[in-house]
Design a binder for this molecule. Structure first.
Ligand code: PEP
Ligand code: MG
Length: 940
């Protein structure tokens, strides 16, 4: 018998593995397993939990798991089995056969197995599985005989050849599917399930022919050869494109590898007392504590996935198979109690007997995660409070704070960009920001589509429901501004080509005209034609409870970046304990202000400039009064003007065009002269690299009138609000400092005006003056800068830009390629680069605190709301993080998790704000502190 011969030659005698060979195979059968949950890295999630469940006495079909260590050895040696692996596999198979009472390839009692992948982190559907392995021309007959079901046996065989052909032999699945469809047509039936046994038998012959013609070999009849090939194919599926992509998106390392579990097949499709299903121990959408799930009678897992038949809700099992329902309910309770977390369980019933095929911690929505964590601690006392805090992924809280696309929505996206905010929006496409404002005034919902945005577009952006740009990264203007508002924003959608003059944009073959409705899915970056259903944010009691726990537990505090009183109120609502960044340039773009700002820039001399600047003062003062009131008694960090001045003027190209037109026609001399002056000023201001040009404190130093006015506005506002009996804590922040001299000078300028205002108003408002650390040099000379600064705030947007040398507005051009080729692990403007930029942050903090122990240090770059970056900020001892109001809850949770994982030393020394107020540096006490610091510096 060919089969018996080959079996003999392929299966070596099952000897015990030699002492030098690692244990590659871990068995589980009859209530006993070699492994357990503790071996997740070695056995993968599926393998370790099958072992754990076996030990718990949960009914699991017998099997064994090949370790990830075996995968590593196989992978490292050019896809060769390491010595000893096959011996251990066949020994494991022997034990599995004994437990199952059947043998692989046995012509009378054939064992069939599944061969499944399983990484240590769940990668659902990304790797391969082979089912029904062990079938051949002989065993199929035995299966038919034993089950007294010809149809079932031949159906299993045709499924096996299809899956094996696809996964192991790399034959396109279509080759099988077209023949299956033809067979259905010939038999005059609609579904696979209606195909009679004879048709399936004929199909198997056809399928074997496909294998022969496509591989030049007969379909392998030796079950051991089938097993060896299937194990290798599952090993190799670690490198399937979808698996590689999934790991990149979820930031999972490539070197983990997959374990392979070989397990006795159980069948849910052998009749009306069989079935298969998936259940959750709680509702994964809401978190409600109720048994949730679906099942299909007389079906295999594949049928559930294929969606040919609609599964029944799990309650229906109660009437159909009451004993099974009772047992399954008890098992799900047991598993949840054991793992102390919501479980996602796969089960199969074979002729009334229940088997559990997998359990894992169930994926859940943000809302469900919060509810489950809070209830498991507060109501059920199953977990402690820290565990509850660790159970919720900070990023998942986004879903609770903004409108999102309904998860049930089905659609095809025409383009995908970078998801700048998780919010979704629906509206009519408009390309002109002014038109966006007009339409919004008419209560129309619009989506502003631009190649990129600039500060001039702010009104249009604000009026729009969402913003789509074809260029720019996650810290481009559009992204930063929209994030601050929690507004839907998709940036850098490279496939979108905006043809403003034709009032349309193209994306691949799609053409979207002005006025057409689109949906932006901010969570995924997808652009969809038409209106998709959106769902409202939920702000549940559980959410508030969890946020309270996080605030209680975090030692790194959380502030918000906010530019208006409305934003400040929103920030407080979301739990901010102050403002870490007011970008004052955003206040210059109001309708009434722009002409004054332009006068200021166009001014020929300091006197004219001061005149214009003075007209801005009342506006600024009003803004600050509003913000101080909204934030009292918390601190407010106000940054003096940062961007290059030309950003406030019309675009050079437009001015030049109009100027040239008038030039040629020779009329409207007044306008011509005005444009001429504008053009000349623009030319004078034009910079090759504005990001590295005349901005930040360089601007404030060369045009001191501007900073003087801003400091006066801040201090007058502070004095007024203090006069109203509210506590104010203004922190005046100098942007883009790179040298000690810059810091010293701007500090002196600030103190001079502030003292003047205090003297004028007679209100001794305490203020402090600090700096952004966003130029790498500032971090390196932080010890000296700290002699003049009372706090530091890391501007990691610019610090990232200048450390990498990547323009924050142009990174979109090469970032997708860099991510794909793994030249960068992620967008460094979204996730703080801890090794490089983070090292500068560390240096800056260490050196700053060397001069001023306990120096208050924060972060106000976009990273301040990104969970892994927040944890980093906690580890390096920051006093606070500051992020957009909508990220505040996320940051609190990340900060609390940071504290739980790495508790901060109780000294309080590193915390800045945590010290008693009397010991904190303040402007009033500054000179004493600075002289102490000076001594220290000299001593070094
Ligand atoms: C920064 O650079 O991190 C920062 C907060 O400033 P801006 O984004 O305004 O340049
Ligand atoms: Mg900056």
């Amino acid at each position: 018998m060919a089969h018996a011969r080959s079996r003999k030659s392929a299966r070596p005698s099952a000897r015990r593995p030699s002492a030098r060979v690692p244990k590659y195979v871990y068995g589980f059968a009859n209530g006993k397993a070699d492994g357990s949950s503790a071996l997740r890295s070695l056995l993968g999630g599926k393998g370790c939990e099958l072992a754990e469940m076996t030990n718990l006495g949960v009914p699991v079909p017998p099997g064994f798991t090949i370790t990830t260590e075996a995968w590593s050895a196989y992978n490292a040696s050019g896809k060769k089995h390491p010595p000893g692996l096959w011996n251990q596999v066949t020994a494991g198979l022997g034990r599995l056969e004994a437990a199952a009472g059947a043998r692989l390839g046995d012509p009378a009692r054939p064992l069939l197995v599944s061969v499944r992948s399983g990484a240590r982190a769940s990668m659902p559907g990304m790797m391969d599985t082979v089912l029904n392995l062990g079938l051949n021309d002989q065993t199929v007959e035995a299966l038919a005989k034993r089950t007294r079901n010809d149809r079932f046996a031949w159906d299993c065989y045709r499924r096996f050849i299809t899956l094996f052909g696809d996964v192991v032999l790399s034959i396109e699945r279509r080759a099988f599917d077209t023949r299956l469809d033809a067979a259905k047509t010939r038999a005059g039936v609609k579904t696979d399930a209606d195909l009679p046994a004879d048709a399936l038998r004929a199909l198997v012959t056809e399928f074997k022919g496909v294998v022969q013609s496509q591989t030049g070999r007969t379909f392998p009849q030796d079950p051991l050869e089938q097993l060896r090939l299937a194990i290798n194919a599952v090993f190799d599926s670690w490198w399937a494109k979808k698996a590689v992509d999934y790991r990149r998106i979820h930031r999972l390392p490539d070197d983990w590898g997959t374990a392979v579990t070989v397990m006795a097949m159980v069948f849910g499709n052998v009749g009306p007392t069989s079935g298969t299903g998936v259940c959750f121990s709680r509702d994964p959408a809401t978190g409600e504590r109720r048994f949730f799930g679906e099942f299909l009678v007389n079906a295999q897992g594949e049928d559930v996935v294929a969606g040919i038949r609609t599964p029944e809700p799990i309650e229906a099992l109660k009437t159909r198979m009451p004993a099974v329902h009772k047992k399954l309910t008890a098992i799900k309770d047991r598993l949840e109690a054991h793992y102390r977390d919501m479980q996602d369980i796969e089960f199969t019933v074979q002729e009334g007997r229940l088997y559990i095929l997998q359990t894992r911690s169930g994926k859940r929505t943000g809302a469900a995660a919060v509810r489950i964590a809070v209830e498991m601690f507060a109501k059920e006392k199953r977990i402690d409070r820290d565990t509850a805090l660790l159970r919720v992924e900070p990023a998942s809280l986004h879903q609770l704070l903004v409108k999102t696309v309904d998860q049930k929505a089905k659609y095809t996206a025409i383009a995908t960009g970078l998801p700048a905010t998780p919010a979704a929006a629906v509206g009519k496409v408009v390309f002109d920001p002014e038109k966006a404002v007009e339409m919004a005034l008419r209560e129309e919902k619009v989506i502003l589509v631009r190649p990129e945005t600039s500060p001039e577009d702010v009104a249009g952006m604000h009026a729009a429901q969402g913003v789509l740009t074809s260029r720019g990264g996650l810290t481009s203007h559009a992204a930063v501004v929209a994030r601050g508002w929690g507004k839907c924003c998709v940036v850098g959608a490279g496939d979108v080509v905006v043809e403003e003059e034709n009032h349309l944009f193209r994306a691949g073959r799609a053409v979207v005209r002005e006025g057409q409705v689109v949906t932006l899915n901010g969570a995924t970056g997808e652009v969809i034609v038409g209106a998709q259903p959106l769902v409202d944010p939920t702000f549940s009691d559980e959410f508030r409870t969890l946020l309270g726990w996080a605030q209680d537990r975090a030692t790194t505090r959380v502030r918000a970046n906010a530019d208006t009183p409305a934003d400040a109120s929103k920030a407080r609502e979301f739990g901010a304990e102050g403002i870490g960044l007011v970008r004052t340039e955003h206040m210059f773009f109001g309708e009434e202000r722009i002409p004054i700002v332009r006068d200021m820039i166009m001014a020929g001399d300091a006197q004219a400039r001061r005149k214009a600047v003075d007209r801005l003062l009342p506006f600024q003062r009003e803004d600050f009064i509003g913000i101080f009131r909204a934030m009292a008694p918390h601190p407010v960090t106000i940054r003096l003007l940062d961007p290059p001045l030309h950003e406030f003027l019309p675009k050079y190209k437009e001015v030049l065009e109009e100027y040239t037109r008038l030039d040629a026609r020779g009329f409207n001399p007044e306008r011509h002269a005005e444009l001429g002056a504008l053009k000349a000023r623009l030319e004078a201001l034009l910079e090759a690299n504005p990001m590295l040009g005349h901005r930040g404190c360089r601007l404030g130093i060369t045009f001191p009138e501007i900073y003087d006015m801003q400091v006066r506005a801040i201090m007058e506002a502070a004095c007024q609000v203090a006069g109203e009996g509210l506590q104010v804590e203004p922190e005046i922040m100098i942007p883009l400092t790179g040298t000690v001299a810059e810091m010293k000078l701007t500090r002196e300028m600030t103190d001079r005006v502030a003292r003047q205002v205090i003297a004028e108003t007679g209100k001794a408002v305490e203020y402090s003056v600090g700096t952004m650390i966003e130029v790498p040099r500032a971090a390196l000379v932080a010890d000296r800068i700290a002699e003049h600064a009372e706090f530091f705030s890391f501007g990691t947007n610019d610090l990232t830009q200048m450390t990498y040398g990547y323009s924050r507005d142009d990174i979109g051009k090469f970032l997708p390629f860099y991510l794909e080729k793994k030249l960068l692990p992620h967008d460094p403007f979204a996730v703080l680069d801890q090794r490089g930029v983070g090292e500068l942050v560390r240096i800056g903090i260490d050196r700053g605190r060397h001069t001023v122990p306990g120096l208050k240090v924060g972060i106000c770059g976009e990273h301040g709301g990104e969970p892994s970056s927040v944890e980093f900020c906690h580890r390096v001892g920051m006093t606070y993080v500051s992020c957009s109001p909508y990220m505040v809850p996320v940051a609190w949770l990340a900060a609390a998790q940071g504290e739980i994982k790495e508790p901060r030393k109780a000294s309080g020394q590193l915390l800045g704000e945590a010290q008693p107020k009397a010991s904190r540096p303040s402007s009033a006490r500054r000179s004493r502190k600075a002289s102490r610091a000076n001594t220290k510096v000299k001593l070094r």
